[in-house]
Each structure stands twice: as structure tokens, then as C-alpha cells.
Design a protein around this ligand. Structure first.
Ligand code: NAP
Length: 275
């Protein structure tokens, strides 16, 4: 299969690219900045992983990558919309440009890439699109509102597309991981500019949140190999289902949100955050 994965410098993107190539697929691994390919190249070794310049917010690069793949192979079998950013900080501390940037990367870019591959997939009457959502697309946590806004939007977009594309033989899938150990919790973790303002009324909340996030990253985040394998399984054997929740913590959070009375659930979250 000819596979395009976005955001392959680290984390799930790198892992999916390598896992798919290990299973014999030809993988185009998009990088926001092609000069940051060292980890990917080291992990891929001699596998057929082809790093390619793809800043997902750049419309020209998006189309050029899809055109290059189709020109080379005459087809494109799978797209994994993985590239994403998580911006922490209470919603009131987020500036408009910061929210727009999260939405550009996490929502607009995956939508545009779906539109770029669909003509080829429709003509083939086959293809798989996997959008990497999050448990934050189903349950919004305080301090992660911008990220939740983007992942809820991705849920809606992907669900509509799931209906629209099936008539053409194209499978659309959404993975919804809980916390997994990737650079989103480390090198790529970001907070809104004003989140750490000591004069902000949210400062004590943000300090607690930071402690909690550190704890999740250290102790509770799971092995990303679980997600990498699940995504490649979905590319190889799409099962027709739209949503795929991944990880223990995701199931617990979704269960608590859906099954507890809202007031009880809200009180539990407030209690955890007041520790
Ligand atoms: N890990 C988790 O706990 C978790 C849970 C649920 C969902 N997710 C989702 O999983 C996806 C992958 O994240 P990850 O956990 O693997 O984190 P990660 O290690 O930080 O990887 C994110 C990747 O996205 C890339 N990226 C960011 N902006 C980009 C852009 N404009 N164009 C192209 N690539 C861009 C990053 O490249 P640079 O480093 O070069 O910026 C990086 O390679 C994201 O959609 C995230 O929301 C993660």
C-alpha cells in the first residue's frame, strides 16, 4: 500500500510510519521541517520510509505532496492525519491567534488533506483515511479547552466524512487515544502565552494543572506502540467502525463522563484539580 502519514518527526507519526513500512508498505512520512528527519531516519533504517516536506498548514505543500505521490505510484491507499498540537491554558488566557493556530493544524489541515486525496481514492474506489483524534474530542478537560475545541471539531468533520465517503469505497476512521508517552507531553508541550502570568486569577489553577500534567506524562501515559499498531491495523483491515478509543485512561474518562450524573462528574473533576 502507498501510505501518507503527517507529523512524523516524533510520537505516533514516526511510530506509524515505521510500523507500516515494517509490514511492507511504502510510506511517505510528512515532516513540518524536513531538516528534522534524524529520529525518523534512525528508527526507519533501511525500511521504505520516505521523508517528505509537509507543513500541514501550507496549502501548496499539501497539494504538492499528494500530486507527487499520485504521479509516482498512480494511487494513494491510505492517509493518516496525525500531525497535531496541544495548547494548554484556561480558555480566557488564550489569544485569538493561538486558538486559530490550533484549529489550523488540528482541524483545517486534516480536512484539506482529506479533500486532496479523495479524488484519487474515489477514482480507485478504495482508500483509508485515519484521523487522529483524542479522548479530548469526547470529553473536555479544564485547562485543555483549545485542544478539546479542535478535537471535538475533528470528530464532527470525520463523522460526516465517514458517511459521505463510504459510497465511493473509501473508509474513514477516527482513533481516540488517551494519554500515551510521546513528545506532546515533553518537547512539544505548549501553554498559552498568558497561562503563566503570575497576576492571572488562574495562576494557582495552572500551577496545579502543570503538576498534574507532569504526573500523567511520568506515570500514567501508556506505550505509544499500542496506538501505532492499532492505526496500521486499521489501514490494513478497516472494520467499518468510525470510532476507536485507545488506552485504559481514555475508557475510564469516557465511562465516567457518560455514566456518572453530570453534577457528580463535575464535582469529581473539581476535587481532583483542587488537590
Ligand atoms: N500522545 C498523546 O497522549 C495523544 C493523545 C491523544 C491524541 N494525540 C494526538 O496524536 C497526534 C500526534 O501527537 P503525538 O502524541 O505523537 O505528539 P508529538 O510527538 O508531539 O507529535 C506531533 C507531531 O506533529 C507534528 N506537527 C506539528 N505541527 C505540524 C505542522 N504544522 N505540520 C506538520 N507536522 C506538524 C510535530 O512536528 P514538529 O515536532 O516538527 O513540530 C510532530 O511530529 C496529535 O494529533 C495529537 O493530538 C496524542
Amino acid at each position: 500500500m502507498i501510505v501518507l502519514v503527517t507529523g512524523c518527526r516524533s510520537g505516533f507519526g514516526l511510530g506509524v510510519a515505521v510500523e507500516a513500512a515494517r509490514r511492507g508498505h511504502t510510506v511517505y512520512a510528512g515532516l513540518r521541517d524536513l531538516s528534522t528527519d534524524a529520529e525518523l531516519r534512525a528508527a526507519a533504517g533501511s525500511l521504505d520510509v520516505r521523508p517528505i516536506q509537509l507543513d500541514v498548514v501550507d496549502a501548496v505543500q499539501r497539494q504538492a505532496v499528494v500530486d507527487q505521490i499520485v504521479a509516482t505510484h498512480g494511487r494513494i491507499d491510505a492517509l493518516v492525519n496525525n500531525a497535531g498540537v496541544a495548547l494548554g491554558g484556561p480558555l480566557e488566557t488564550i489569544d485569538e491567534d493561538e486558538l486559530r493556530n490550533v484549529l489550523e493544524i488540528n482541524v483545517i489541515a486534516p480536512w484539506a488533506l482529506c479533500c486532496a486525496v479523495l479524488p484519487t481514492m474515489r477514482a480507485q474506489r478504495s482508500g483509508v483515511i485515519v484521523n487522529v483524534g483524542s479522548v479530548s474530542g469526547l470529553v473536555a478537560m479544564p485547562g485543555l479547552g483549545a485542544y478539546a475545541t479542535s478535537k471535538f471539531a475533528l470528530e464532527g468533520m470525520t463523522e460526516a466524512l465517514w458517511h459521505e465517503a463510504r459510497a465511493f469505497g473509501v473508509h474513514v476512521e477516527l482513533v481516540e487515544p488517551g494519554p500515551f508517552k510521546t513528545d506532546i507531553w515533553g518537547r512539544n508541550r505548549s501553554l498559552s502565552r498568558r497561562a503563566l502570568d503570575p497576576d492571572s486569577p488562574y495562576a494557582p489553577f495552572v500551577a496545579k494543572l502543570e503538576k498534574m500534567v507532569h504526573g500523567i506524562a511520568q506515570d500514567r501515559a501508556e506505550d505509544p506502540a499500542i496506538v501505532n499498531r492499532a492505526i496500521v491495523d486499521l489501514i490494513e483491515r478497516p472494520d467499518g467502525r468510525l470510532r476507536h478509543v485507545l488506552g485504559r485512561a481514555a475508557w475510564i474518562r469516557i465511562g465516567a463522563r457518560n455514566w456518572l450524573p453530570e453534577a457528580v462528574y463535575g464535582a469529581i473533576v473539581a476535587r481532583v484539580l483542587s488537590r
